[in-house]
Design a protein around this ligand. Structure first.
Ligand code: GDP
Length: 407
């Protein structure tokens, strides 16, 4: 039991949300590269990116189908749930949002908030999904973090909490000052990992000013931080990090980071922020469902009766794959599960964890996890699968609301 809980706390079910072209695919690709999931870097333009499973998707150059890919970072498992950025797939975004616990919203450092980033942001608001913002393409001519943050504040209305100061701009964007820990990370080239260095002399004053602004902002939003700030007139790095985590999880603030996915800069601090600030399956409300007309809640407890939601069905080389978010209980290979929507039982022949380039066969999956089931023949997208001895029909994903484009 204890090990289950430790494992659950180290899971992040993460979505990457963005306007088409903001760099979602490239960010995903670089995350898989940084976490060692892939050793070859795929590029969007040559159709080798590993999250694009479907030939149609490669042809169209847009991410159509949500794929779930697992990777590891800092002793955490990150299940990346791809969410389409194209407005025609709003229902699919809705289904992805339903099964993830936190998201990274990617913005273009030149364009800032674009109409589709706005609509997907509103969808995430409706689902109460805690977010981190990643201002991408800092290497582009005209990239401007402050302006992008300003457009996030004006158009999306969160309280942006900017935790980095870029080092260099456009072509010379080479690193970031981490304002929480007051240290710098620099990238020597486009393939290597970050090197930690002291804050460059010429940026010390500016970094101190921005750190102060960040402290004042979090103190304004968080009573415990305010108390420490009033007592000591400053906040320690640990208090600041803990406060940023609370504000992210409650949705009262959005941590903002920056980088250039294309040039492989800013990905490691982004992963650190995902682990530090976004919630685990234990930190989100229990799932709700109905049985015999009565509403029930089921917590993310591996010992509870099994309940999961099918959020994606793929025809893979291994047969029909049903991607399932396990909300409660444990499912084992060979188990029989019930689909209360159709009244049918299904037998789980195999349980797979989808990595970027391969499947791992699992004996079981527990609450909080995202896996693909083989052998589930008829359950459709949106279906509940549950323990036949403890039936529960989970609320299906909603249809997306019509998108109102803001030009
Ligand atoms: P998606 O539509 O959001 O998945 O965006 P992609 O990842 O496909 O990226 C769209 C285009 O922007 C591609 O041509 C990428 O090579 C390019 N791109 C992505 N990230 C960056 C970046 O950090 N800097 C620059 N200059 N281009 C980028």
């Amino acid at each position: 039991m204890r090990t289950h809980i430790t494992t659950l706390a180290a899971v992040r079910n993460l979505g990457i949300l963005a306007h088409v072209d903001a760099g979602k695919t490239t960010v995903t690709e670089r995350i898989l590269f940084a976490t060692g999931t892939t050793h070859k870097r795929g590029e969007v333009h040559d159709g080798t990116t590993v999250t694009d499973f479907d030939p149609q998707e490669r042809d169209r150059g847009i991410t159509i189908f949500a794929a779930a890919v697992s990777c590891a970072w800092d002793e955490h498992r990150i299940n990346l749930i791809d969410t389409p950025g194209h407005v025609d797939f709003a229902d699919e975004v809705e289904r992805s949002l339903r099964v993830l616990d936190g998201a990274v919203a990617v913005f273009d450092a030149v364009a800032g908030v674009e109409p589709q980033s706005e609509s997907v942001w509103r969808q995430a608001d409706r689902h109460g999904v805690p977010r981190i913002a990643f201002v991408n393409k800092m290497d582009r001519a005209g990239a401007d973090l402050d302006r992008a943050v300003d457009s996030i504040r004006r158009r999306l209305h969160p309280a942006p909490l900017v935790v980095q100061l870029p080092i260099g701009a456009e072509d010379t964007f080479t690193g970031v000052v981490d304002l929480v820990r007051m240290r710098a990370l620099v990238w020597a080239d486009d393939v290597g990992t970050a090197t930690r260095v002291p804050v460059p002399e010429e940026l010390r004053q500016e970094a101190a000013r921005r750190r102060r602004e960040l402290e004042e902002k979090v103190a304004e939003l968080h009573p415990a931080a305010l108390e420490e700030f009033c007592d000591r007139e400053t906040l320690s790095g640990d208090t600041l990090a803990a406060t940023l985590r609370d504000l992210t999880r409650s949705g009262d603030g959005v941590v903002v980071l920056c980088g250039s996915a294309y040039r492989n800069r800013g990905i490691e601090p982004l992963l650190d922020a995902v682990v530090a600030y976004l919630p685990s399956p234990l930190d989100v409300p229990a799932v709700r469902g109905v049985h015999d007309g009565a509403e029930q809640e089921r917590a993310a407890d591996p010992e509870a009766p099994f309940a999961g939601l099918v959020f994606k069905v793929n025809a893979g080389a291994t047969g029909r794959l049903a991607c399932v978010r396990v909300y409660a209980g444990t499912i084992e290979k060979g188990d029989t599960v019930w689909d209360p929507g159709t009244g049918r039982t299904e037998r789980v022949a195999r349980i797979l964890r989808v990595m970027a380039d391969r499947h791992l066969q699992l004996d079981r999956a527990v609450a909080g996890d995202i896996v693909a089931l083989v052998g589930v023949k008829s359950a459709r997208v949106g279906a509940t699968l549950c323990d036949p001895g403890a039936p529960l029909l989970l609320e299906p994903p909603r249809a997306a609301e019509p998108v109102v484009s803001v030009a």
